[in-house]
Design a protein around this ligand. Sequence first.
Ligand SMILES: *Cc1c(COP(=O)(O)O)cnc(C)c1O
Length: 404
Amino acid sequence: MSVSHKNKSTAVMPTYSRADISFDRGDGAYLVSTDGTRYLDFCAGIAVNALGHSDPRLVRALNDQAKKVWHTSNLFRIPDQEILANQLVALSFADLAFFCNSGAEAVEGGIKLCRKYHSANGEPERYRILSFDGSFHGRTLAALSASKNAGHLEGFGPETEGFDILPFGNTDELRAAVTEKTAAILVEPIQGEGGIRPAEYDFLRDIRSIANELGLLVFFDEVQCGIGRTGKLWAHEWAGVEPDVMAVAKGLGGGFPIGAVMATSEAAKGMVAGTHGSTFGGNYLAGAVARKVLEIVSEKKFLEKVQEIGKLLRYEIAKQCEKHPTVYKGVRGKGLMLGIKCGPPNSELVKLLRDEGLLTVGAGDNILRLVPPLIIDEHHVAEAVSMLSKVAKKLEKKKAEKKD
Ligand SMILES: *Cc1c(COP(=O)(O)O)cnc(C)c1O
């Protein structure tokens, strides 16, 4: 049976509201659609394509490995997985890493690790995780139960037990919520899906000190904000606070699916043979690509450039906010993880920008999210800003015409 690209009906389960575009190829920060239109990609697979599209170093790493061996399962040692784990450990607070295939799985693994830690300490009744409103931790049942987004949970039966949700940024309520059953505090240093909401550095420091005081684990979800996205390898470096456990994924494989649970050896002390596993996690292909991504992204010069370009993009967006205050109401975020508060619905702006040739993605709180590849340059910023400006002018003109 052949599938026509023109045929709009599809057997894919309709869980996404997709734009009717597909792509033929990618090149750096650009994507070319099947009808030949060129787009500047400031969505980057939702903060995934850290090195953009078709980076020759990643293409080579994948192809070289593909010719040798793809997959063996974790019944055997996987050298590139071990190298990747060593890299992650050398570059972070962590002593150990477990590999999976996605962000939600990394969060799940981290939740299990936190519970197991207290169980291994002889306190199995300490299993509850504190998390925050506006958070997003993925679409598995436990991850959804951690975020408690009513729309995401609707119709899926009882939540997974053991999660208490608190106001994001309120230290007093956090302290008051800790009980003898609390195992860990789970937080995104910068909320992504929730609308590019950075945690105050002081709040992250408070989380660390409350956890130290009361024997809890600190669990950072850096699935979106990690891997250089903010101009430091880990977003929590900005606050100078280290977690005990961390979930990473999105940028790690640069587009190849891989996630990781990173932890100190103390926090991971319950994770002995047989306690957790994944068929695909960290296989040969994933390991070969991710170790290359990490090697490139963790370079000091690379990260400095992300900071510099992020500042420029933010500055240029702030200027657009001043020029078009009814369309763009402000900019927030860090590095190349930026959100613009929209006047009109963000979905309308995403569509108008796409028609202009700029791919972006919405986020909660009516935010237009810009998460471009980390390799963008000054001229990509200029190009994106000129499209932002064009769309704002169009909207202002439309509004003025309505008034007449
Ligand atoms: C995207 C995301 C997840 C879920 O990742 P998937 O790969 O879609 O399962 C979890 N946490 C955060 C912070 C994310 O941005």
